[in-house]
Write a protein that binds this ligand. Sequence first.
Ligand code: G6Q
Length: 540
Amino acid sequence: MSRRDLPAWKALEAHRPAIEATTLRALFASDPARADAMTIEAAGWTLDFSKQLATRETLAKLVALADAVDLRARIDAMFRGDRINTTEDRAVLHVALRAPRGEKILVDGTDVVPGVHEVLDRMAAFAARVRSGAWLGHTGRRIRNVVNLGIGGSDLGPAMCTEALRHYAPAEMRFRFVSNVDGSDFAEAVRDLDPAETLFLVCSKTFTTLETLTNARTARDWLVAKLGDAAAVAKHFVAVSTNAGEVAKFGIDTANMFGFWDWVGGRYSVDSAVGLSVLLAIGGDRFREFLAGFRAMDEHFRAAPFDRNLPVVLALLGVWYRDFLGASSHAVLPYDQYLRRFPAYLQQLDMESNGKRVTRDGTLLDVASGPIVWGEPGTNGQHAFFQLLHQGTELVPCDFLGFCTSLNPLGDHHDLLMANLFAQAEALAFGKTAEEVAAEGVAAALIPHRTFPGNRPSSTLLADRLTPATLGALIALYEHKVFVQGVVWDVNSFDQWGVELGKVLATQIAREIASDAEPALAHDASTNALIRRYRHARRG
Ligand code: G6Q
């Protein structure tokens, strides 16, 4: 049955005109308890969603939709280890990565939690050796540079978190992330590094990914050429992978490999061995705090009633905008420079998970699925694209993220930063009417230009301070948000078949480009011409 046929869906459609007919100004004026009633807390985060184009009645109707699509049963199925990734026939158990020792989670009858902790213990022991100088490079020098070679889920999470938690890392250590097959990425990343002090983490679940393996081979060549000894690889390369055979073939001793499991999806893997760079940056104890933050949000997600449940509320509001109010994008605006990479991370988490066009059983969707997710840190975005948010013709729901305490309290920087966050959310919601503009004495011709329509929705998420735990909780919040939306849209949020076709074509085209003889090209006329032009330019 299509989602559209559900009475709960129809009830939301019927409710839409009432919301379209009102304004946030009116909603706040008529309900003095609104801000309090629409604020909820969990795992160190406070969510104020009162500036959303929704009432308590809207939320009740959205929760009825969640009930109608059996959200509770689907949450239980994920936590139980059911094979909910049906197109790949896999369980989806990133929640097991943060389960405490002693908890039991069974996959095919085997408890996976002891294995999780065994890898974590090995990672922590390895990181402690590197950080203390017990692990030395081939020439006896301490490791000061860590370069993660990975892409997609094996890059975005660790890159985002290592940057986010930079404050907690030793100042003398450098962390770099090379993902692109564009050689410039590698060249620039190592340009100022001393190979004798550099450790490469080859991070690839499959250990067959073109970009990562190309970068890993280049890194190996670079290191061996600079240090003049192939044996140096042993002290300067470790692997994060599920594929021991390929790791050994590459020349990395599997004793220096940190494993994970097929029930961890790439974009859900930063709290597995994929987070080794994060652990090297912050150390084992803090990494466990990071995991505890995830876990706190997991517990809230499982236990809290849907209308007081942070991931569920954020997800349902997203469905409301996407399917009922016509929003096609969603902006995430962290007011924290350390979270600079958070929007990019979230883009993959959300768009690769819910950018789908068929339901779980393969039927074409007749409702809109995942939105375009984008954003930049504040205040920078204010001087760039906020114009469109305030006065453009698109409806863009926003998430503002901020912290009450700065990790770098310098003068009044933090108060100014937070003043801007609060001001932007206020301006978007309440705007400035033509009458208010006129009352300021603005010339009549300029009034339309200087009017702010308001009614532009946002949520504000606040935590006391950016710590490993609040970061972990934030990631889990969005992981579960994406899951809930996938349940409402009835898509498989855990596969990514849409990335395959381009990979296959690229392999074929790479062969055609490399061939000495003029290849017989069988693409479309445009692609054929582009390949010929490139071959010609390349051969001079
Ligand atoms: C994420 C995707 C994808 C994956 C990369 C890297 O969910 O599966 O982004 O993480 O393609 O894959 P490997 O880790 O296997 O190199």
